[in-house]
Design a protein around this ligand. Sequence first.
Ligand code: GCB
Length: 606
Amino acid sequence: MLKFLLIKILFILPFIGLSQDLLINTSNRNITTLNGTWHYIVDPYETGYYNYRYEPYDQLKQNNNSAFYNNYHTDNKMALVEYDFDKSPTLTVPGDWNSQKEKLFYYEGTIWYKRSFDHTFTKENNRLFLYFGAINYKAEVYLNGEKLGTHEGGFTPFNFEVTSIVKPTDNYLVVKVDNKRFKEAIPTINTDWWNYGGITRDVKLIEEPSTFIQDYILQLKKDTNNSITGMVKINNAKINEKVTISIPELKINSSFSANGKGVIQFEFKSKKIKYWSPTSPKLYDVYIKTAHQILKDEIGFRTIKTDGPNILLNGKSIFLRGICIHEENAMRGARAYNEADALVALNWAKELGCNYVRLAHYPHNEHIVKLADKMGLMVWEEIPVYWTVDFTNKRSLNNAKNQLAEAITRDKNRASIIIWSMANETPPSEPRNTFLKELIQHTKSIDSTRLISAALEKHNKDGVNIVDDEIGKYMDIVAFNQYTGWYGGSLEDAPEAKWSIKYNKPVVISEFGGGALQGLHGTIKERWTEEYQEYLYQQNLKMIEKIPNIRGTSPWILNDFRSPKRVLPIIQDGWNRKGLISNHGIKKKAFFTVKEFYKKMQQQYN
Ligand code: GCB
């Protein structure tokens, strides 16, 4: 059986391309989890993928003219005996491989994952989809020896229909996961976080009726506060397929006929809407019904816009009391992937006095976004266009656009998300501006209701801090990172710093901070001590308060996090120490400095 599988894997169908239309709200569908134990083979030379002439087996079939292919075709079985998935060790999915096996801690390359499953359809003519929450970085997916496709991008979901391939028993699912960094990738080679590899999020089989609810949007109509608008997209809709939207608490229950593309669009008026906000994170039960299916969601309604220097949530001016978060459970030293991990981070954010979180530097898992909806935390979501992406490369742009589209598709019904962020600390240039402008346009074409931002940089001229990045013109919020007192700049003078910001828009400090080893004490002059970090925060906050149009901050960062760039022995040992909380979950002094500040800001903006 194993041999059969491998032969089929290596002589697979031609490359199919990116995953098909994304299913949303997967946790409320008819799912079977494929989480659990998977066998794996470490394949640093990608021997299972390339032949000895370094030609991908995937593509040889298209190349039948090649004498080489013909030779190799017959010989190939020889190579295959060197694999045996079922005798190979196992990894837990979801989960990164680095934290699960010591030998894989620094590994960057290909690992093959394999698991078997059975599937009995609950109803005749139902359809089956294979859904991955995320795989970092590149995935090639094969079921029963057929290639389903490839996906690039480590932090967004994708799915494939497998209805015609799946069998009642003994299905062989094989995934090639490759987390090698490369220049054209998004993110590129150089980042300040751990490049966790693996099937890092949930894997599901989703069984759907032959005609099913693919996608939908429900939200307050832009610039109104009593009109709920949106659309539903039905896959394989019959002509005039009936779709009902019901929100029982608002006494909304209306039916519509789908158009020729299987789409309905709607608008309801209601004067009784209770708006979602951090102080009252009201979510409504929403039901989308067809003759074949009922899909439930919980959706909050709120407006978000800017007016000059103000950010208005439901018409009221707010201050974003935020914190940056990486998708890492620091205490496990591993990629975070479930609701329990999300709860740890968001509870700390709440304790800090936050009404907002910046989920850095890539789309986090869906659990945390859904939890933010429930807990009343506004969210900045971003894609990993970080530092020096290859801005002139069309493939990189398409990849970034695709990651954006997948993130927005997945999360567009979450009231908590108020900002789509395009990039972090990208060096201004013409190609970079063109790249980001395309991303902005792309975002707006999918969702024009959220605010657009990016973490920009400041520079200093004649003692003045200047923010004049041209791309700021296209932003709703002018956000920038600044590290006064850590990467240069005097802490003593910080409160009196001068600022020149080119745009009359809300200003958010998307990052500031400095490192401290929790438990290391000394004077305010000694780097890495908790006292230095505390003083850095005190001085920075005095400065930030005076920045014109300031409407929010997200200090860098909630927790210490793993980064291969951070090599200072004893102090760092592979950890970026800028956390307000250590990797053992212990709060540093600076945590309480920020907490005090947020108490004050809460009173000011009440
Ligand atoms: C930054 C980056 C962030 C780094 C941080 C640091 O500006 O946006 O990813 O981790 O600085 O610690 O230097």
